[in-house]
Design a protein around this ligand. Structure first.
Ligand SMILES: CSCCC(=O)C(=O)COP(=O)(O)O
Ligand SMILES: [Mg+2]
Length: 265
């Protein structure tokens, strides 16, 4: 189906953007960011184990593991208070296994995302990784902002991880393009109350927001909250079924989103 230009809905003054599959290729996340975590989690934990940030990350993962206790294949993380070196090794291995298990299911838990954000910091700051953004993203966001629209990010990746991706991107530091960032601390993206919470935080109504995402479960949740949605079709994104193609406004590039013409005085 050929893409048609999509009009910014009347009353929408805020653009809320997903990252993976929307601003950024899924392949960047799946082939670069996630393998970095899988390969480096053990050495990262060993190097940072005594640090407060790492202890906080492990405590959050342990709480998540307790919630996941009844899930098939879940990996518990033992408490390691009165530990000797052997005990510490066992705890580290449990955290590694837990992270691997969560990532094998592409879990979007705040605990996993917080640790990932902390781990990517070194890779971005030493130039090993640069955040990818589609070519059409920067010109479109600049245009939207010039037209007076606000632009926010909402991703399952932690706010810290989002700022690294856009702060150390292939197009340089893009952080000035965004009015703010939201992550799973505002709720999961497949839950409708998250979009109400975000509207409240921005100080607008859900119907003032247009949410751009590749995932129709997220689009459905946003719609239920009263938010406008547009589904972004990019190479490598999950296929849409015919009903979804008919129901949602679709764009293949941010340039296809049309703003209302300015009336000339
Ligand atoms: C922005 S950090 C890398 C992306 C990530 O961890 C993730 O889970 C992507 O989720 P999204 O909500 O942007 O589809
Ligand atoms: Mg996405």
């Amino acid at each position: 189906m050929a893409p048609r230009p999509v009009q910014l809905p009347a009353g929408a003054s805020v653009l809320l953007l997903d990252i993976e599959g929307t601003t950024t290729p899924i392949s960047f996340v799946k082939d670069i960011l996630f393998p970095y975590i899988i390969e480096n989690v053990e050495s990262y934990l060993r190097a940072h184990w005594g640090e407060e940030e790492c202890k906080d990350d492990v405590n959050l993962l342990r709480k998540q593991a307790e919630e996941d206790a009844t899930c098939d294949g879940a990996v518990p993380i033992p408490h390691s208070s009165a530990e000797g070196a052997g005990n510490e090794d066992q705890t580290i291995q449990a955290v590694v296994n837990n992270v691997h298990w969560q990532m094998s299911h592409d879990r979007k838990t705040t605990a996993l995302k917080q640790l990932q954000g902390h781990m990517w910091k070194a890779a971005y700051t030493n130039g090993q990784i640069k955040g990818e953004v589609y070519d059409d993203v920067v010109p479109a966001v600049r245009k939207w902002r010039e037209a007076g629209l606000k632009v926010y990010i909402y991703s399952s990746g932690s706010i810290e991880a989002q700022k690294l991706l856009f702060g150390y991107s292939i197009e340089g530091n893009l952080l000035e393009l965004f009015d703010g960032h939201f992550d799973t601390t505002s709720g999961q993206k497949v839950e409708s109350r998250s979009y109400k919470q975000i509207a409240k935080s921005i100080g607008c109504l859900p119907e003032n927001i247009l949410f751009l995402t590749d995932i129709t479960r997220e689009a459905k949740a946003a719609e239920e909250a009263g938010t406008h949605v547009c589904v972004v079709v990019r190479p490598g994104n999950a296929d849409l079924i015919d009903d979804e193609k008919l129901h949602y406004n679709l764009i293949t590039s941010f340039s296809e989103l049309q703003l209302p013409a300015l009336s000339k005085a």
